[in-house]
Design a protein. Sequence first.
Length: 119
Amino acid sequence: VQLQASGGGLVQAGGSLRLSCAASGRTFSTYAMGWFRQAPGKERELVATITASGGKTGYADSAKGRFTISRDNAENTLYLQMNSLKPEDTAVYYCAARRGISWSTIAYWGQGTQVTVSS
């Protein structure tokens, strides 16, 4: 599976962005997927997750109530809708396909898309 993230950009605080992650291959629907982010000088953070079927989602406390993860298995695409953005959301965002049951083991990474939120 190859993952291609897009949709990042520069937005003012309070604005919105929608990230997309297009997957190649026929097995996208078998993977739990997640969005990570990494800000300069900080460790990579798991922001949102979704099960293979899309039936269950999870969010970091920093994302709850503002971000929504979703997927379209027919289109092999993962999304992250980000609303009420804050300057502290500035980071490179990566989509990832999980291997096994732990988010410490990633099967595939996307290349990252930059999100910059100005105050």
